[in-house]
Design a protein around this ligand. Structure first.
Ligand code: NDP
Length: 446
């Protein structure tokens, strides 16, 4: 067996019952096989054994009082996976499905993604099985305060800088930041995704969605095409989906769907800026269900329990959660003419789906490349905090575009260099890996 296959077997044995982590490692190990053949020094230095073992896993109790004064107990996590190229960086996810395996998959992916951004950031991820849905603002605040009371021991502006993810938006970041400041009596950039008036960066809320569209634009340019008139299926209706839609409209595309965990809206007339403003209000202010969109707009239909992949489209932007595109979904998308897939979410396409897209020469941007814009602007937020300054919207957006171009170029070039031209999955994994692996070699056995 090859070195990378051996490591996959080792990971299976050492991390039982963590299928998402296995899936993420499997994809990376497949992509790295030719790298290991060309670079025996990585095997000699046991780089893959070290890379698949988190540097630190922190797991803690989060007790809090609900509005009826009853005690609730959740579980909190922070995975500090790899700090070879910078302080650990990666989001916090609050969702009932959160457990160690999900966060290890996300933290592992983050290592390569952060490396691709060209910025000095290591990989981490954290969160809790807490479900913000249906909780009052006060309950969310008490939970966040308890969570940060423990987390504050492990993070810092030069150590580990968390951000948002599913279930953690501006409201949660505010409560978490407030508690850190209170405990440490220090106003430092220990979280990104902050509000503008207290250290946030312009374009951070937009960054992941915009970046995913910029990445798709870069892929389209390799075929001399653009978004003009292209029908785009988008999943999710949260942060990433909302700003994906905004940028698609801006670039002449026609977004025709949104979804949440209950079902999908199909609007064949297209979602325009006024409809998008309604979605944002519905989800961000009223924290309501996407179903209500169909009651308001004639022509739009609601499909309970469905994801958007039955909708004929030119481009697909999965922007909700992991494993939301199966092999069958991918086959149907291809059959109905989909030519571009840009993963705004992390690992939204399962391995069979990825196979289908690659076999059919779909321009397929894997999450670790396509959604790197979010963490990239988080990195820019850290840079602004360190300089005690704020850049303009134009400046941050232009840096984001440049970074997405660099992510695309590095992925495309690494794919071509290793004999897989056009395969962004292989390219992103290889380019992200080499930078981290070489930093690990430079720093000795730590
Ligand atoms: P939000 O919480 O803002 O939105 C998540 C959306 O996905 C909601 O519409 C939610 O529906 C839906 N969703 C969540 N879980 C499921 C599920 N199990 N099945 C179906 N739908 C689900 O999160 P974000 O938009 O921030 O994140 C979306 C994805 O993008 C995630 O994979 C995240 O890791 C990834 N990502 C986010 C970044 C960021 O900057 N925010 C950066 C890089 C990647 P409902 O309202 O019903 O829960």
């Amino acid at each position: 067996m090859s070195y990378s296959k051996d490591i996959y077997e080792l990971v299976l044995k050492k991390n039982p019952a963590e299928p998402e982590f296995h899936q993420a490692v499997s994809e990376v190990m497949d992509a790295l096989e030719p790298v290991m053949e060309r670079h025996p020094e990585y095997k000699e230095n046991r780089i893959l054994e070290r890379l698949t073992e988190p540097e630190r896993v922190i797991m803690f109790r989060v007790p809090w009082f609900d509005d009826k004064n009853r005690i609730q107990v959740n579980r909190g996590f922070r995975i500090e996976f790899n700090g070879a190229i910078g302080p650990y960086k990666g989001g916090l996810r609050f969702h009932p499905t959160v457990y160690l395996g999900i966060l290890k998959f996300l933290a592992f992916e983050q290592v390569f993604k952060n490396s691709l951004t060209t910025l000095p950031m290591g990989g981490g991820k954290g969160g809790s099985d807490f479900d913000p849905k249906g909780k009052s603002d006060n309950e969310v605040m008490r939970f966040c305060q308890s969570f940060m009371t423990e987390l504050s021991r492990y993070i810092g502006p030069n150590t580990d800088v968390p951000a948002g993810d599913i279930g953690v938006g501006g409201r949660e970041i505010g409560y978490l930041f407030g508690q850190y400041k209170r405990i440490r009596n220090e106003f430092t950039g220990i979280l990104t995704g902050k509000a503008l008036s207290w250290g946030g960066s312009l374009i951070r809320p937009e960054a992941t969605g915009y970046g995913s569209v910029y990445f798709a634009q870069n892929m389209l340019e390799t075929k001399n095409e653009d978004f003009e008139g292209k029908v785009c299926a988008v999943s999710g209706s949260g942060n990433v989906a909302q700003y994906t839609i905004e940028k698609l409209i801006d670039l002449g595309g026609k977004p025709v769907s949104v979804s949440d965990s209950n079902g999908t809206i199909h609007d064949p007339d297209g979602i325009d800026t006024e409809k998008l403003a309604y979605i944002m209000e519905l989800k961000n202010v009223y924290r309501s269900r996407i179903k209500e969109y169909a009651d308001r707009y004639d022509g739009a239909t609601y499909h309970a329990g469905k994801r958007p992949w039955f909708i004929p489209c030119d481009c697909a932007f999965p922007s909700a959660t992991q494993n939301e595109i199966s092999g069958d979904d991918a086959a149907l998308l291809v059959k109905q003419g989909c030519k571009v897939v840009s993963e705004g979410a992390n690992m939204p396409t399962n391995p069979e789906g990825v196979e289908v897209f690659l076999a059919n020469k779909v321009l397929f941007g894997p999450g670790k490349a396509a959604n790197a814009g979010g963490v990239a602007v988080s990195g820019l937020e850290m840079a602004q905090n360190a300089q005690h300054t704020n850049w303009t919207r134009e400046e941050v957006d232009s840096r984001l575009r440049d970074i997405m171009k660099a992510v695309h170029t590095q992925s495309a070039e690494a794919a071509a260099d290793y004999g897989k031209p056009g395969n962004y999955v292989a390219g992103a994994n290889i380019a992200g890996f080499i930078k981290v692996a070489d930093a690990m070699l430079d720093q000795g056995l730590v």
